[in-house]
Write a protein that binds this ligand. Structure first.
Ligand code: ASP
Length: 310
């Protein structure tokens, strides 16, 4: 069975000046995650490695470079899930953790809880020796300027994700050579969100879900809409009914648009290795590695291909 990884860098109207950096970023993260799979690592290790790469890349709205809330602060959310056991871990509203996905993994592996938030997440991080960073070091000049420009605007759901005011969450899904699947999602949320707002990303079944019996999903887009339709689980329920990964994602995103007027995107991988990257926003940067071929795209129906060295 061949291992596959798919990553996304967020679904929104990515402006041209960020297009190349976004595509380069997802390609690099997919290769990083695939190297883990190729070295015999698990799907869980691969999605964590890929998402850490994206969190460290300032072009994306996760970790370093995250969107700022209404008070100009970073508040980060992340989830990771293991399709073997349905174990999951998440953190929400953390301010000074550079790689929330790894803290989410520690919540999964070292506590009996599924999510820790805010101060509690920090106390836990401290107790297990996860290094904290001054919150300001996660803020980029670009984000500070965008936040200043847009802080007085309140926009509608579709407008937000089809405008250039939203920003890009990151995620990864993988299947390893043993047929185990995993997902991870990490975000700074929506620019100018209320203090303490938690979106879909760290919520199980919404921002991500992984089950060896059906597949793994990581979502992006308008969090409140994704929460209403439990998008990750909705996609997997279509797969359980026998639809392809592509059709399941398309049907679920379409439903979210029709039912609650939300736009977004999703990446999916099935235990069989079949995968999809789908979105209803103007753009979504995504990349996948499947049998030493790197696939990637940004605009609707785009699918470029590069052969990686074996
Ligand atoms: N889903 C994220 C949130 O609402 C944002 C995004 O995907 O860009 O927090």
């Amino acid at each position: 069975m061949s291992a596959v990884i798919v990553v996304h860098g967020g679904a929104w109207a990515i402006p041209d000046e960020l297009a190349k950096a976004s595509v380069d970023g997802v390609k690099a993260a997919a290769c990083e995650g695939f190297a883990v799979l190729k070295g015999g690592g698990s799907a869980l290790d691969a999605v964590e490695a890929a998402v850490r790469t994206l969190e460290d890349n300032t072009v994306f709205n996760a970790g370093h470079g995250a969107a700022l809330n209404s008070e100009g602060e970073v508040e980060l959310d992340a989830i990771i899930m293991d399709g073997r056991t349905l174990a999951s871990g998440a953190v929400s509203s953390v301010k000074n953790i550079a790689n929330p996905v790894s803290l989410a993994r520690a919540v999964m592996e070292k506590t009996s809880h599924a999510m820790l938030t805010s101060r509690g997440a920090n106390l836990f991080a401290e107790s297990i020796g996860v290094v904290t960073v001054p919150a300001d070091t996660l803020v980029t000049e670009y984000e500070r300027e965008e936040w200043e420009k847009h802080k007085n605007y309140v926009t509608g759901v579709m407008e937000d994700f089809n405008s250039q005011w939203a920003h890009d969450t990151v995620g990864a899904v993988a299947v390893d050579s043993a047929g185990n699947v995993a997902c991870a999602t990490s975000t700074g949320g929506i620019r100018n969100k209320m203090v303490g707002r938690v979106g879909d990303s760290p919520v199980i079944g919404c921002g991500g879900y992984a089950d060896n019996l059906s597949g793994a999903v990581s979502c992006t887009g308008h969090g409140e809409s994704i929460l209403k339709v439990t998008l990750a689980r909705l996609i997997l329920s279509h797969i359980e009914q026998g639809k392809s990964a592509e059709d399941s994602s398309q049907a679920s995103l379409q439903y979210m648009g029709d039912r609650v007027h939300g736009a977004g995107g999703a990446i999916v991988v099935c235990p069989s290795g079949r995968w999809a990257a789908t979105f209803t926003t103007e753009r979504m940067a995504w990349a996948a590695v499947d049998q030493d071929v790197l696939w990637y795209g940004l605009n609707p129906d785009e699918r470029f291909k590069e052969q990686l060295s074996k």
